[in-house]
Design a protein around this ligand. Structure first.
Ligand SMILES: C[S@@+](CC[C@H](N)C(=O)[O-])C[C@H]1O[C@@H](n2cnc3c(N)ncnc32)[C@H](O)[C@@H]1O
Length: 448
């Protein structure tokens, strides 16, 4: 197809934060074009009957357009909304949740305004960065250019915890000092592939996972010593070995090079040990608002037994435990259940149990054994609940379901099905991911 230039006006923002431009022959989704703006658009490709493009020349600017802090935000693609004023980002997210419910024909809903972040920058507690070389042979770190494997060098990413940037910068200095080459995907040579960093918000603790192309390498002990000396907040340093020719970042084999294999953070006064592979919400400030709202919506009492399906390392379970008689967490990843049990112990919480398995199957089995849950929290991955779990929820019909979701589309789909027996009492978007199109939503469902 011959790519073209067209002129058009943005009439909406899509699910992925792209400007929607309607033309006589179809819809164009445009990166970095905002509501009311007009632009000359360079069409880049066509997929599934729609066109995708970028702004070639802005003709009319939105009053909500701002100068982004990051110089490469348009090329990197990680922050789709960094050029949009924060208030407009929040309005977009509130509307996006409402639109998803309208599309799924869930009637008469009131979406509360999206809860904002006081500081919408420097929030991410987890990042993964490829290491490579630029055209001049200098060692660089950054993010892959959207849809490619070409690294855009980034010295400071404005949405990540600033402690991560310093650790990466020291790593690049040490690579020069120790003559460690970055991995080259074409020749499959070089040592350092990626670095993954997890920061604790409440403690000055950082976990670093260094992904290498070899198991052993020369000078490893001195390299580790020097890195820790220069970055004393590294509490845990892990080597992950990935020798495969693959896009998958992590390999199977891991060893701890320094410190314990976990770091500690806390949510609502409860401490959590986090290991390199466990799921932990990425915005440590907003997660407290999210869980507090979810617990408020559940209106819990000391007489209740509750279920936290999709419990991860037990975060919602343990934060809610003091308000209830007993909480049961269910999770499909074995390591997460091990962590959840450790976390209960760490906080001397004795009314929480954690079970391994598929949330729906375990719920079904427990209720068949006579267990009763007045409230069920669900916090599934993006794909939402499966039909079997929804059927079980509808059959057993606990009094309250508190649905926490990172995808308004699957949330709306599932709530539509649950609305057969449930009323929506509250619907609250929370901005867990400022500068991006993502939004987290909590829905309080009460049995009719
Ligand atoms: C969005 S995370 C939420 C974790 C936790 N509630 C939190 O806020 O940190 C979803 C979790 O569901 C788990 N999971 C995915 N499929 C599952 C299933 N079928 N049954 C139980 N857990 C599942 C994932 O491993 C992950 O830990």
């Amino acid at each position: 197809m011959k790519f073209d230039h067209v002129t058009g006006k943005c009439v909406d923002l899509s699910f992925e934060g792209k400007g929607v431009v309607k033309l006589s022959y179809g819809t164009v989704f445009v990166d970095g074009l905002f509501l009311g703006e007009e632009a000359e658009i360079e069409i880049q490709y066509k997929r599934a009957g729609s066109y995708f493009g970028k702004v070639f020349r802005l003709i009319k600017k939105s009053p909500d357009r701002i100068q982004p802090k990051c110089g490469v935000c348009t090329a990197c693609g990680g922050c789709q909304l960094q050029q949009l004023a924060y208030k407009a980002q929040l309005d977009y997210k509130t509307k996006k949740v409402g639109d998803a419910f309208k599309r799924h024909k869930v009637e008469n809903i009131e979406v509360l305004p999206c809860i904002s972040a006081e500081n919408p920058y420097e929030y991410r507690n987890k990042i993964q960065v490829p290491i490579g070389r630029d055209a001049h042979g200098h060692i660089v770190s950054g993010f892959y250019r959207s849809g490619t494997h070409k690294i855009i060098p980034i010295e400071k990413c404005w949405i990540e915890d600033p402690r991560a940037g310093k650790i990466i910068s020291v790593l690049k200095d040490l690579m020069k000092l120790f003559h460690y080459a970055p991995y080259d995907e074409d020749t499959r040579t070089g040592l350092i592939r990626h670095v993954l960093i997890r920061t604790s918000y409440h403690y000055d603790e950082v976990m670093v996972t260094l992904v290498t192309n070899k198991d052993e390498f020369k000078g490893k002990n001195n390299f580790v010593k020097e890195w820790i000396k220069r970055c004393p907040n590294i509490k845990s340093l892990i080597q992950n070995i990935n020798t495969r020719d693959t896009n998958v970042i992590l390999g199977e084999k891991e060893r701890t090079l320094y410190g314990p294999s976990v770091i500690k953070d806390s949510i609502l006064g409860v401490d959590f040990l986090i290991s390199s592979k466990s799921f932990f919400q990425v915005n440590p400030v907003q997660v407290e608002k999210l869980y507090k709202k979810a617990i408020d919506f559940a209106d819990l009492s000391k007489e209740e037994n509750i279920l936290d399906a999709y419990c991860g390392i037990g975060t919602i379970s343990l934060c809610a435990s003091k308000y209830v008689k007993k909480v049961t967490g269910v999770e499909i990843v074995k390591e997460a259940i091990v962590d959840a049990k450790k976390n209960a112990k760490l906080n001397n919480i004795s009314n929480a149990e954690f079970l391994l398995g598929d949330a729906g199957e375990v719920f079904e089995r427990l209720t068949a054994q006579g267990e009763k849950y007045s409230t069920v929290f669900v916090d599934p991955p993006r794909k939402g609940l499966d039909q079997k779990f929804i059927d079980t929820l509808l059959r057993i019909a606990p009094e309250k379901i508190i649905y926490v979701s990172c995808d308004p589309e699957t949330l709306a789909r599932d709530v539509k099905l649950l609305s057969e027996k449930y009323d929506i009492k509250q619907m609250q978007p929370v901005d867990m991911f400022p500068m991006t199109f993502h939004v987290e939503t909590i829905v309080g469902l009460y049995r009719k």
